[in-house]
Design a protein around this ligand. Structure first.
Ligand SMILES: Nc1nc2c(ncn2[C@@H]2O[C@H](COP(=O)(O)OP(=O)(O)OP(=O)(O)O)[C@@H](O)[C@H]2O)c(=O)[nH]1
Ligand SMILES: [Mg+2]
Length: 580
């Protein structure tokens, strides 16, 4: 199927031409027929040799219905632009043409209609000149009459040639259906319609509106039931599930495949600056936005509601008050927050070269790293490159280098601040480095740093196995209660602490190994000296033992250590005095 939208000034003959081409009147509403005016989008279709089914989305030309016009044109790749031969070039002709240009429409045919009323020559010349300034330049311009049928064959063959040139959308693409109508059918329930630009919708599929899943109970295209329809197509879907929230302006998407965002960085094209609060049009949707300039032609938009957007999406910004339009190319639907002063300008520099084409290397250079699932959601093709793959994460070489460079200092700082627990948990490093996962930190640890049980240790850091750590904690607790009652050999054996483990505990600063099999708290020397100073000087070994409330097994090596440290002095008669 091919889909063509109409465009052109009010009353210039769009609906009449659609009817002449398809045999059906696109103006369904009684009010439309009574007033001779299109108000809602109209849908008609026909079938032509060689190109098959062609559906028309007929839009209103009246200036008050510009939003509806944009909803009709937004998801459609090809346009029938209609100009009346007997009327001058009119404001909505200009406005529609500007919108088509901004939306990037390149496939168009211009019909200069009502040619039965007047020589179409001047209107053909004017229209040709006007489109020459836009992306529609070179489109065929055909004089026709919707009433007499004059020129209709030419118009048809121009349209056939146009649709034959349209690119074939990918039937496996992720679905993003912009709902342009929603109604209730007796017996069937909720039905929505829209233009499916690409991908396939099947009966039984689950689609999502934001996070809400809905089930596709039935699929219709051009009035007949189908089991599956691939874009480009006009489709009507019968939905079940939580459909109350599905309205005109909703977007039905392949679950999990899209990034829904209300903040997006775009590059705008157009004269003048956009206002602070313009309207964003994309697909069949319009949403109020706040516009924050980043620099030059780059702006950050904050949307009133989240939309599924990808890099490279083409949208349109509109100032309804001044009737002005800007083209907006989506550069980043998942931009970083602007926290500090100067962040906007920095961001603008970062996006300077971005043109809306998603390239993995560029995106990684800007973001540092990306989860594989983000690639699909943001519309970034996975390509070979010099990035690192760490599990599901792709990491820019520059970020990997920066992390590896910063790690030694971070580990050292932590060891300094936590002498009793010197190895840094990976999670702490991840948050210090603003990385979303500790897996990336783990993969970037280089010798002499090493990972021990979820922590990163420096070369000089002794890291205790967790069982030893627990046992050492028990000993430390006991010693806090009785500082000089070192655990007995039996107790140590029971706790699984051999001499190696005690040595490690000593080196990591958690215990003080006074002698083989004898451990006290690291501050035991100070505490002992304080107590021993209270004794009559010099003092005997047994006086010291009593004052400290301990045994000979402990007091002998302890006094020995104090002697060596010069904190006690041993006299000839084996008595000691505390050094002054
Ligand atoms: N003589 C003549 N009249 C035409 C022709 N095409 C349209 N008209 C008349 O022009 C008027 C407007 O035609 P429509 O087809 O409703 O115009 P439209 O562009 O769809 O208008 P909107 O949808 O409101 O923007 C009607 O009165 C038509 O009968 C034509 O080729 N020749
Ligand atoms: Mg009409």
């Amino acid at each position: 199927m091919h889909v063509i939208a109409t465009a052109g000034h009010v009353d210039h003959g769009k609906s009449t031409l659609v009817e002449a081409l398809t045999g059906a009147d696109p103006d369904r509403l009684a009010e439309e027929r009574r007033r001779g005016l299109t108000i809602e989008l109209g849908y008609c279709w026909t079938s032509w040799p060689d190109v098959g089914e062609v559906a028309f989305v007929d839009v209103p030309g009246h200036e008050r219905f510009l939003t509806t016009m944009l909803a009709g044109v937004g998801p459609v790749p090809a346009v029938l632009f209609v100009v009346a031969a007997d009327d001058p070039w009119m404001p909505q002709a200009a406005e529609h043409l500007a919108a088509l240009d901004a939306l990037g429409v390149r496939h168009a045919v211009v019909a200069v209609t009502r040619a039965d009323l007047i020589d179409p020559g001047p209107a053909v010349a004017r229209a040709t000149a006007e489109i020459a300034r836009t992306g529609l330049a070179g489109a065929r311009v055909v004089a026709v009459s919707g009433h007499t049928g004059m020129g209709l064959d030419d118009l048809r063959s121009a349209l056939v040639a146009m649709v034959a040139e349209l690119p074939d959308p990918d039937p496996d693409a992720d679905v993003r259906l912009w709902v342009d109508r929603r109604f209730t059918v007796r017996g069937a329930g909720t039905v929505v319609t829209g233009t499916l630009p690409a991908g396939t919708v099947r009966v039984g599929d689950t689609l999502a509106v934001g996070d809400t899943p809905v089930r596709v109970r039935g699929v219709q295209a051009l009035g007949s039931d189908e089991t599956a329809v691939s874009g480009v197509a006009r489709v009507a879907l019968n939905l079940s599930g939580r459909v109350d929230d599905v309205v005109r302006g909703s977007v039905l998407v392949t679950p999990g495949a899209w990034h829904h965002t209300s903040v997006v960085d775009v590059r705008i094209t157009g004269t003048d600056r956009p206002p602070v609060a313009p309207v964003l049009h994309i697909g069949a949707v319009d949403v109020a936005v706040r516009c924050r300039p980043l620099g030059d032609d780059l702006v950050r938009l904050t949307l009133d509601r989240a939309l599924p957007l990808r890099i490279g999406d083409r949208a349109l910004l509109r100032d309804p008050g001044r009737r002005m339009i800007w083209r907006a190319d989506v550069l980043d639907p998942d931009p970083p927050r602007l926290r500090r002063r100067g962040a906007a300008a920095r961001r603008a520099r970062q996006l300077a070269g971005a043109d809306g084409t998603a390239r993995l290397a560029d995106e990684l250079a800007r973001r540092g790293l990306l989860h594989r699932e983000q690639l699909r959601r943001l519309g970034i093709p996975e390509e070979a490159g010099d990035h690192l793959a760490i599990g599901p994460w792709l990491v820019a070489p520059a970020l990997a280098r920066a992390v590896a460079d910063r790690l030694p200092a971070l580990v050292q700082q932590h060891a300094h601040a936590h002498p009793l627990d010197p190895a840094v948990p990976l999670t702490v490093l991840a948050s210090q480095l603003r990385l979303p996962t500790s897996d990336v930190v783990r993969a970037l640890v280089r010798p002499p740093l090493r990972v021990v049980g979820g922590r990163v240790a420096g070369p000089a850091t002794e890291v205790l196995p967790s069982k030893v750590r627990t046992a050492v904690d028990v000993v430390r607790r006991d010693l806090l209660a009785a500082p000089f009652v070192a655990p007995t050999a039996d107790r140590l054996r029971e706790l699984g602490l051999d001499d190696r483990a005690l040595g490690a505990a000593d080196r990591s600063g958690q215990l003080w190994r006074v002698g083989p099999g004898i451990v006290l708290l690291p501050d035991a020397a100070d505490a002992a000296v304080t107590l021993l100073r209270e004794l009559e000087q010099p003092f005997t070994t047994s006086a010291a033992r009593e004052r400290l409330g301990t045994t000979r097994r402990v007091v002998l090596p302890l006094l020995d250590q104090l002697d060596r440290a010069g904190r006690t002095r041993r006299l000839a008669d084996d008595r000691r005095e505390v050094a002054r």
